[in-house]
Design a protein around this ligand. Sequence first.
Ligand SMILES: NC(=O)c1ccc[n+]([C@@H]2O[C@H](COP(=O)([O-])OP(=O)(O)OC[C@H]3O[C@@H](n4cnc5c(N)ncnc54)[C@H](O)[C@@H]3O)[C@@H](O)[C@H]2O)c1
Length: 346
Amino acid sequence: MYKTFFSSGAGYPAYIGGGALSMLGRAAAEAAAGRKAAVVTDSGIPAEHVSRCTEELRSAGFEVFLMTLPAGERSKTLGTVSDVYGFLIENSISRSDAVVGLGGGVVGDTAGFAAATYMRGTAFVSVPTTVISQTDSAYGGKTGVDHGDAKNMIGCFYDPRAVICDTDLLKTLPEAEITNGLGEIIKYGAIADPELLAGVSRGLPSDAAVFACAEIKRRFVEADRFDLGERRVLNFGHTLGHGYEAASGFVLPHGQAVAYGMLAVTRLGERIGVTEAGSYGAILSACERAGLDSAWEGGLPAALPYIRRDKKSDGCSVDAVLIERPGAPIRKKLPFSVLADERNYR
Ligand SMILES: NC(=O)c1ccc[n+]([C@@H]2O[C@H](COP(=O)([O-])OP(=O)(O)OC[C@H]3O[C@@H](n4cnc5c(N)ncnc54)[C@H](O)[C@@H]3O)[C@@H](O)[C@H]2O)c1
């Protein structure tokens, strides 16, 4: 098992690897002086994971209360957060107790935001269960919910007190969710670790790969906790990816959309002389090995109107992240005239 420590803010440990769940009781006891733990999970999390989690907490002396949200992005709303508050109040959870989020990014973002705002902040312990949450969303303190179709519009920075990242929990994940998560690992490889990029393959990632992603995220978060500059390179592929996602009516899985976004911006980077030749090929090959669809046909016409409305757009250009080569990200304003030019994707 790997251990790392995020030193931003008050700091928190992350335990990463098979069997890490055995650290949950101790980590929660260190995080919260109280004796109650409210576990927030979703209906898609296998019962075996839920009972392992609650047993660990009970054996550390916690009285455990379980709340199950309906699985899926549609649960990521203020209405759900309000339901969580109701549940916490009903069970007399105090500021010194713990809220534990057991699930993927939806549970982590929603329960984390509820913990951040309940009684002005209650200890939050994150137990991520998907590739996306174990490699990315559980770290860095971004919590929040959607507002209608506007993703992640409401939220705050609130660090967990510990992240318990047990990669054994991934064994029950459907293949499509694993493949989707590999899109984020490709992103980490492309911006910071060419070896990680070269090693991506279909199926569950190794513990070492999950840990490598967490360490890359830690470096960027420690340099720029509130996402004002350097941390933004973690958005590689995301600005264009969100455009593809929105254009598909959010049918396209997030990781797949990010893969298209990375392919598009890297091809464009090569065409405008920012990105070294061969970089597009390296990302394309990683996508193919991961089992992500790489039959991207180039261009952005359908996605462009959504990119224009992006938070990072000023109407004429958009702040984008490109790479000079794998491992070397660069932030650059891309004019819409350049983005719209089909020749840049050939
Ligand atoms: N806060 C951040 O920094 C950050 C970063 C990236 C993504 N996100 C957010 O994360 C969310 C996506 O997260 P996600 O991809 O984890 O999706 P998710 O949380 O919706 O989980 C996907 C599905 O997998 C099921 N599942 C989860 N763990 C399982 C397991 N071990 N076995 C079987 N089934 C399991 C869930 O029930 C759900 O149906 C989005 O809302 C996105 O905005 C946040």
